[in-house]
Design a protein around this ligand. Structure first.
Ligand code: HAM
Length: 459
């Protein structure tokens, strides 16, 4: 058998995955798929449809939407000139591309609200640590054309629903309102005046933020900045009548949906486009990178990007962080069996027959494998065991001669004789369906059986 040291790569001894990226290996990708299936399903029952936009966009798009004073744009973007001398950036998040596509295809003309979801990779040149990567993945939702506070609650309910269905516990939902440009200007003035007094004690980054984006100082992790802002004025006291009413209504809807939350005036978000409601889902199981999901309204962005005034809102959750929480909480998702029938041929003739049968099974969407490595019978059975084959079929000279073979149920040890002729497929399906544990022979039913999945969560 082939063996080599982990981490060793014989083809190119020194090449490893770039810092901040992670391979998602087959032993984990099943879990990713199940989680993604839950997300797609939850989005779909809320009336959101999938949108796929390019991994890279013109740099300007992010500068103008995410904001050129944000850390993401200033420090973290993967930006380069392409061969046509255009400045291009890998997407650091998903909202900007969706807004661009909405405008480019005039999707809003098709009626409101327009509701999209996406499962994407994102790129940020960050200092890496657990839960913070340079290539990471997001599930996100964006809705356009819905100004009413019920839309905020509905969006939060969608995110909440996903966590519930995955059986994730102990998340806290923190919400805030950062108002509209009018009331926020007044708040910024008050905050700046307050911070001016302790200006000399602010960290360098916050000193820069003081002029352009003072609210971000509330989010600074430097202890001295935290102390300074402890008694700083809060946005809540500066909200205009409309913004205050909107925020109160959002809370009423959340109450109606029995979704628990706390109002946290320090939730300000790191991207520039937000207005009014902002929210984060925070976990204690994540260490420093505790935010698993963040989002809010961005009522001004579509207009700012050249469209008509269009209320909008959305969120994104970090896939890696979500999976870390599930791991920390010991949540395991049931995975479908890898193989329903393993065919073990002995000899050249049998191998051809095994291949033909396997091919037939594949055409019927049955998970089947046959030997690819010229292994001995013993080694083949060991392999069948390893991949969790539900049934095995040994094909030797004798079997071929009599056109009959024994189908073995690997769990019960029970054997059934089946024909190796034209009726092979129907005989196999009949035998397998009779077997107790064989609930589904169909890939579709096996891969996401959401009913039994929900049942599993409850246990
Ligand atoms: P964000 O807060 O920048 O918001 O990112 C959303 C989530 O992505 C975070 O809560 C976190 O779970 C995950 N995340 C962010 N950076 C990293 C990283 N370096 N490594 C691993 N996970 C990370 C947005 O991106 C907005 N576009 C969300 C949104 C959509 N707002 C409105 N619509």
């Amino acid at each position: 058998e082939f063996m080599y040291q982990q981490g060793e790569n014989h083809m190119a001894a020194n090449i490893q995955a770039p810092k901040g990226t992670k391979d998602i290996l087959p032993k984990n990708s099943g879990t990713w798929q199940l989680v993604e299936d839950v997300m797609r399903d939850e989005a779909s029952i809320h009336g959101f449809e999938e949108i796929r936009t390019p991994v890279f966009e013109r740099t300007e798009l992010f500068e103008r939407s995410v904001g050129d004073t944000t850390d993401v744009v200033q420090k973290e973007m993967y930006t380069f000139l392409d061969k046509g001398n255009r400045s291009i950036s890998l997407r650091p998040e998903g909202t900007a591309g969706v807004v661009r596509a909405l405008l480019e295809h005039a999707l809003i003309n098709e009626g409101v609200p327009q509701k999209f979801y996406y499962l994407i990779s994102c790129y940020r040149y960050e200092n890496t640590q657990e839960g913070r990567q340079r290539e990471f993945h997001q599930f996100g939702c964006e809705a356009f054309g819905a100004a009413a506070p019920v839309a905020d609650a509905e969006l939060i309910a969608l995110a909440h629903g996903i966590f519930e269905r995955l059986g994730i516990r102990n998340l806290s939902l923190e919400i805030n309102s950062i108002g509209c440009p009018e009331c926020r200007a007044k708040y910024h003035a008050a905050l700046k005046a307050f911070l001016e007094a302790s200006k000399s004690e602010l960290c360098d980054t916050c000193l820069e933020r003081l002029d352009k984006n003072p609210m971000r100082i509330l989010d600074c992790k430097t202890p001295s900045c935290g102390e300074i802002t402890q008694n700083a004025p809060v946005m809540k006291d500066y909200l205009c009548h409309e913004c205050a009413e909107h925020f109160t209504a959002v809370q009423e809807y959340l109450d109606a949906a029995e979704i628990e939350y706390t109002v946290n005036p320090r939730i300000v978000r790191g991207l520039d486009y937000y207005t009014r409601t902002v929210f984060e889902f925070i976990s204690n199981d994540l260490g420093a990178q505790s935010t698993v999901c963040g989002g809010g309204r961005y009522d001004g962005l579509v207009k700012q990007m050249g469209g008509a005034q269009t209320p909008a809102l959305g969120f994104a959750m970090g896939m890696e962080r979500l999976l870390l929480i599930m791991q920390a909480q010991g949540i395991q998702l049931p995975e479908p069996p890898v193989c329903e029938l393993y065919i073990a041929p002995l000899g050249k003739q049998a191998q051809i027959k095994a291949f033909a049968f396997t091919n037939m099974l594949h055409q019927a969407s049955i998970k089947a494998e046959c030997d690819m490595c010229d292994r001995s019978l013993k080694a083949q059975m060991k392999y069948a065991d390893k991949i969790g084959a539900l049934f095995t079929l040994v094909l030797g000279d004798d079997e071929l001669k009599h056109n009959q073979a024994e189908l073995k149920n690997m769990k019960t040890g029970e054997k059934t004789s089946i024909s190796l002729g034209d009726t092979f497929l129907t005989e196999f399906v009949a035998a397998a369906t009779q077997a107790e544990d064989m609930m589904a022979l169909n890939m579709d039913e096996l891969s996401v059986d959401l009913e039994s999945f929900k049942q599993f969560e409850k246990e």
